[in-house]
Design a protein around this ligand. Structure first.
Ligand code: UDP
Ligand code: GLC
Ligand code: MN
Length: 379
């Protein structure tokens, strides 16, 4: 008979290879924090065999699930995250009935200290959402697996839908008593610290920073989208990501130490669609880029070797966010222009930035070939 510790698990989710990267770092962070509980990751057919193999090195269970799609672009529009339609897939976690109790963690969370005490909490325990504290944030929650609850949640989804088009809106309606009934189900904020939140309350961040147990990198740009300098070993947060640099650095340290070397450099595709970030990462092959990152610190080389895809650089450029001291330095721009000028002109394809000879509308996830810079972003 399994011990109690074996009947409790941390559970996460990936519907594609990019989020699977997040799961790998999260899993490593849980191991580093010395958890005694099981680690389970739910994966959809969108996760490649290569990433599944990596996940099975860290997680006790790699569990196949179907993609559940909320098909609610209108409400997702309010969040500005059309890609979160697939977060209904999270509901499958209630089907992991081999566990008596579990803690769900988003793939964009990072555990800084042991949080095994969360298993003393009851369903549904979660921390307040920083944007609307009468709702809980569904990036971290304690739950009790049960087929019955799973079926009830799915029925609720069919009957009522979700007010944000994702899992959080639905779960907050399903477990609506959370807001008012039992304070023991309100997890302290330190279990789900939104990595940007303290900009609105810096004194508290200074005071309580060392107590933080779980960081959550919410928003469209994730740690894996941030430029990483292989010369200095430092990450430079994108100007509008809002993520705290120290927390990003922790994510990247674990990524570089535990995950990066195990990635397959030939993995260039992610078979997910319909959202801005995945379109960029698909066309640029983020995993392949990350897999070929090389730390050049030991050779004393200068300069920034960024993991940011050329698509994202292009987007920032077009938004007027230009990294004059790094990738977008005058020397690089000049080099790029000279390269482009020395090539035969491509008719009907106006340049939009020094990083592209195609307009963004022409570049789609299905058709785009990797550009030169995407193949060699990290030299
Ligand atoms: N997720 C996924 N694939 C996607 C989008 C989301 O697997 O394309 C999963 C992943 O576990 C992720 C969670 O759903 O952490 C919630 O999405 P995200 O963290 O991006 O939402 P945010 O916390 O930024 O609102
Ligand atoms: C929130 C949560 C995330 C959830 C999303 C969609 O921002 O952080 O976990 O998937 O909303 O409901
Ligand atoms: Mn998240």
């Amino acid at each position: 008979m399994a011990s109690q510790e074996e009947r409790e698990a941390f559970v996460t989710l990936a519907t594609n290879d990019t989020y699977a990267l997040g799961c790998l770092v999260l899993g490593s962070s849980l191991r580093r924090a010395g958890t005694t509980r099981q680690l389970a990751v739910m994966v959809t057919p969108g996760v490649s065999q290569s990433l599944r193999d990596q996940l099975s090195r860290v997680f006790n269970l790699v569990y196949d699930v179907d993609l559940l799609d909320s098909q609610d672009p209108t409400n997702l529009q309010l969040l500005g995250r059309p890609d979160l339609n697939v977060t209904f897939t999270k509901f499958h976690c209630w089907r992991l009935t081999q566990y008596d109790k579990a803690v769900f963690l988003d793939a964009d969370t990072l555990v800084l200290q042991n949080v095994d005490e969360l298993f003393n909490r009851e369903e549904l325990s979660a921390a307040p959402d920083a944007g609307w504290p009468d709702c809980f944030n569904s990036g971290v929650f304690v739950f009790k697996p049960s087929e019955q609850t799973y079926n009830a949640i799915l029925q609720f989804a069919l009957d009522q839908g979700s007010f944000d088009g994702g899992d959080q809106g639905l779960l907050n309606m399903f477990f609506r008593q959370w807001a008012t009934e039992d304070i023991s189900r309100h997890l302290p904020f330190i279990y789900n610290v939104v990595s940007q939140a303290f900009y609105s309350y810096l004194p508290a961040f200074k005071q309580f920073k060392n107590n933080v147990k779980i960081v959550h990198f919410i928003g469209a740009t994730k740690p894996w989208h941030q430029p990483f300098n292989t010369s200095s070993g430092e990450v430079t947060p994108l100007p509008d990501s809002g993520h705290n640099a120290e927390f990003l650095q922790l994510w990247w340290t674990i990524f570089m130490e535990d995950v990066q070397q195990t990635l397959d450099p030939n993995l260039k595709t992610n078979n997910h669609k319909n959202n801005r970030m995945s379109m960029l990462t698909t066309s640029e092959g983020l995993i392949g880029q990350l897999a070929t990152l090389k730390i050049s610190r030991d050779q004393g080389q200068e300069g920034s070797a960024s993991a940011l895809s050329s698509g994202e650089r292009k987007l920032n450029w077009e938004k007027g966010q230009i990294d004059y001291l790094g990738e977008d330095s005058f020397v690089n721009i000049q080099k790029k222009l000279e390269e482009s000028l020395s090539k035969p002109a491509e008719p009907h394809k106006p340049a939009t930035s020094p990083f592209s000879r195609r307009s963004p509308t022409e570049e789609t996830a299905e058709t785009a070939e990797p550009t030169k810079e995407s193949k060699e972003p990290c030299e």
